[in-house]
Design a binder for this molecule. Structure first.
Ligand code: SF4
Ligand code: SF4
Length: 634
């Protein structure tokens, strides 16, 4: 039918070359360029540190279905998420469309199976994507959401424009063909009502020039096809130069994403703890020290800014934005592994693209990871960078003393071991262990350092012991045999010290003969087991008569760190406002006059922040264990 009215691109002649030959060449050159560029981009990954991500394939496929195909986290930001969902859904359909057009360029008789259903879907997909990229461009240029600040807006707009051109060119190709058929009185090509090709076809038929002239429609048809093909390959080869590379890499980085999020990566994959003394250099010092998966993360970041938007360090003006950690590493990779020319590696990252303060500013709270729609990892990278700094002796002055104390006394305060159980006199028995008597119990209450030594926090320990006693639990503590859980030490980057503490505690716990462990400290809990407990503490609160619970704007997996993680109790980076103060303000905004904590670090920071914010008398803090303890008589 088509051959009767206008020539198909494969049959037509473009600048003396038959379309079929021209489009075959465009495809071959396009694919070859893309393969070359991707190979160059993968070069640093080949030099990266090992990373074991090949286990549990079914679970990994599930992640791909949920987070890549299902775009699970996108709707957390409603407007941007909806736009992205539309573009992504359209993208999936239009990838099929683009490949069908590539075949049509060499085989004029090719038709996609699916008939009118396929036509309707692809016409509407092109229309929706065209409108969505338009809205996305207006958002970036006119409304400028704060989280896009300092982003590469020009690159983003250029890419959105290319996608728009692709949709428009395809629609012109379709519309001109349908208009030509209609003019010739032949059965009209099927176009979805009110779709972009449908609107264009009607416009062409109403236009005086095109309504009368088949040659003009022919040229529009061939031109639309040519522009689509060239733009498609240009886009394919251009994407690996900027943020749009995530289109290609995100599927793989989600497949290889970390499955057990609450754990930290080992110093080096494949090297056991007992072989660590053979590792010459700890952590990440140069770009090539990152694992291949972490490098893949750098390519997969879409620069959406959500991680930075949720990051408490960024919110209080510390010199850290997780988004920039990634984009700086990506720029570094692009610069040092150029598409043309030799790679140039081995530069120290600290002092060039990252500052020491930037890396120490992180509280390892994980808000960035909880938000990233592409499951980009941060804590492991930051801890690896810290391991590198610790290995080079770059430890902030204020942290040197607590670290020494942890080494010599097993707690960061430098207090005597024998004083560790003083708070528990009459409240808990001390279990047998290398340093203790012969007492045993079913349950061990693992107290950890802050609760053991801090005068205010000891009350949480006593409340916990009271609850356990009330429940009739046969429990005890390790007392002097307990050392710091090492949770913070490990996140600080001191792996060897962490291992010493862990091994000591493991031995002491074994020797005590207990069958289970409880703790009132989420950091200790995390060092022993995994976290993510949101409902249980709320149920406890709701069971207290007369208590009205209100939620802060940021809670559960969108919570806001108090500022105490990662040994930050002993380190204060530059900041405009304390995280704790911001948190207290959030509680006041929620209408609360009491803040309930479930973590000793939170209690230390929140009580301090109430004073700093001048809210004494208006706001008080109490730990969940203390509150529950008050409900028990005696
Ligand atoms: S872990 Fe927390 S403090 Fe660190 S970069 Fe992520 S959001 Fe920011
Ligand atoms: S790391 Fe994730 S959340 Fe952060 S900018 Fe990149 S894609 Fe967005």
């Amino acid at each position: 039918m088509l051959a009767d009215v206008i020539q198909s691109p494969a049959e037509a002649t473009y600048w003396l070359v038959q379309g079929r030959i021209l489009f075959l060449w465009i495809s071959l050159v396009g694919v070859a360029c893309f393969a070359y560029i991707v190979a160059k981009r993968l070069a640093p990954l080949m030099r990266g540190a090992p990373d074991f991500r090949f286990d549990r394939p079914l679970e990994r496929l599930g992640k791909v279905l949920q987070f890549w195909l299902g775009q699970w986290r996108h709707p957390r930001y409603r407007t941007a998420g909806t736009i992205h969902l539309l573009i992504f859904a359209g993208f999936l359909i239009l990838v099929i469309r683009a490949f069908s057009l590539l075949i049509l360029g060499v085989d004029s008789g090719f038709a996609m199976p699916g008939g009118h259903f396929y036509d309707i879907v692809k016409d509407y997909a092109a229309t929706i994507v065209f409108l969505a990229v338009g809205i996305a461009a207006i958002r970036r240029l006119v409304f400028k959401p704060a989280r896009y600040a300092k982003g590469n807006t020009a690159d983003a707009i250029f890419l959105l424009a290319l996608i728009g051109v692709l949709m428009l060119a395809d629609s012109v190709f379709e519309a001109s063909k349908a208009a030509a058929h209609q003019q010739a009185g032949q059965s009209v090509e099927f176009l979805a009502t009110l779709s972009m090709p449908w609107v264009l076809k009607n416009a062409l038929l109403k236009n005086a020039l095109t309504s009368a002239s088949l040659p003009v429609l022919q040229n529009l048809n061939l031109g639309g096809f040519f522009v689509h093909e060239v733009t498609f390959f240009f886009l394919l080869c251009y994407r690996p130069f900027g943020i749009q590379f995530h289109v290609e890499t995100s599927l793989f980085s989600i497949y290889f994403a970390k499955l057990d999020r609450e754990t930290l990566k080992p110093v080096r994959w494949g090297v056991g703890d007992d072989q660590l003394d053979q590792v010459k250099s700890f952590g990440v010092k140069t770009f090539e020290d990152f694992t291949w998966k972490h490098m893949l993360d750098f390519y997969s970041c879409a620069d959406c800014g959500r991680c930075a938007d949720q990051c408490p360090a960024n919110a209080v003006g510390r010199p850290l934005s997780p988004r920039f950690l990634t984009t700086k590493a990506r720029d570094y990779s692009f610069q040092h592994y150029p598409i043309l020319g030799k790679s140039n590696n081995g530069t120290a990252l600290i002092g060039t693209i990252y500052s020491e303060d930037e890396i120490w500013s992180c509280t390892t709270c994980g808000a960035c990871e909880a938000e990233c729609p592409l499951l980009v990892e941060y804590i492991d990278k930051i801890v690896d960078l810290r391991r590198g700094m610790v290995d080079d002796g770059k430890v902030p002055q204020s942290l040197q003393k607590p670290l020494k104390s942890l080494e010599s006394r097993g707690n960061p305060f430098g207090k005597m071991e024998k004083k560790r159980a003083e708070w528990a006199k009459g409240a808990a028995k001390i279990l047998s262990g290398p340093l203790n008597g012969n007492a045993t119990a079913e349950t061990l209450y693992f107290v950890d350092s802050v609760t053991s030594y801090d005068d205010r926090i000891q009350a949480i320990g006593r409340a916990t012991a009271k609850i356990l006693t009330h429940l009739g639990e046969d429990f005890g503590i390790l007392g002097a045999a307990e050392k710091d859980s090492g949770h913070e030490v490990r996140r600080f980057g001191e792996e060897t010290l962490f291992m010493t503490l862990r091994d000591h505690n493991t031995e002491a716990i074994r020797a005590s003969g207990v069958r289970r462990i409880v703790t009132a400290d989420p950091h200790a809990y995390n060092a022993l087991k995994h976290n993510q407990v949101y409902d249980d503490p709320r149920e406890v609160l709701d069971a207290i008569p007369g208590l009205r619970r209100v939620e802060m704007k940021r809670s559960r997996d969108r919570s806001f760190c108090c500022g105490g993680g990662g040994l930050a109790l002993f380190y204060e980076p530059q900041e405009e406002q304390r995280m704790g103060v911001r948190r207290v303000q959030m509680a006041a905004e929620a209408g609360a006059n009491v803040m309930v904590t479930a973590c000793p670090f939170c209690m230390v920071n929140v009580e301090d922040a109430i004073k700093v914010a001048g809210m004494e008398g208006k706001m008080t803090a109490i730990d969940l264990a203390e509150l529950a303890g008050q409900q028990i008589a005696g």
